[in-house]
Design a protein around this ligand. Sequence first.
Ligand code: 218
Length: 186
Amino acid sequence: MSTSSNSRALIETALFAALAMVLSFIPDFASWITPSFGAIPLIFICLRRGLKHGLVSGFIWGLLHFILGKVYYLNLSQVIIEYLIAFTVMGLAGLFANRFQKQLKTQRKYEALTTVYLASFIACAVRYFFHFVAGFLFWGSYAPKGMGAVWYSLTVNVPAGLATWIIVVVCLTALTLSYPHLFEID
Ligand code: 218
């Protein structure tokens, strides 16, 4: 890979992290169950550029929350889990980039869609698993009276993870079917 295509990939990685952050400013209309719209550009860049760039992009997206003052801070371990680890692990969707790229190249669009669904499901599941853990460790005092912390965290973070997965699936299905070349490099 030449230096210029290397730096191009890095520029895209940072740009899509920034785009994800812009979408993080959509107001939380459903409290903690509001989908994370930034996951759309994040999974997009994962499928276009692969694991390493996906993880870096997720990490930058998480960091931007600190720079722009968008962190819900309870304590240090909580913010490390929820803003550094949880956002970074969404980059795991990049594990499926090779397979996705091959499917697009050979015009197997419907197989490519199953890859989008799997990659985004794993990314959302792993991210919200960390929110679930932070939820029962640190957010338990927000539970309604009589509800246990683990059950409370499940009822918040499972719907939030599913909602995020659904919006990613809807947007990336449309992109894969209508503009598959956007995922392809050169
Ligand atoms: C039960 C519960 N409530 C709130 C949170 C905090 N949380 C949840 C999801 C996503 C994020 C990151 C910002 O979008 C945060 C801080 C939780 N983990 N559990």
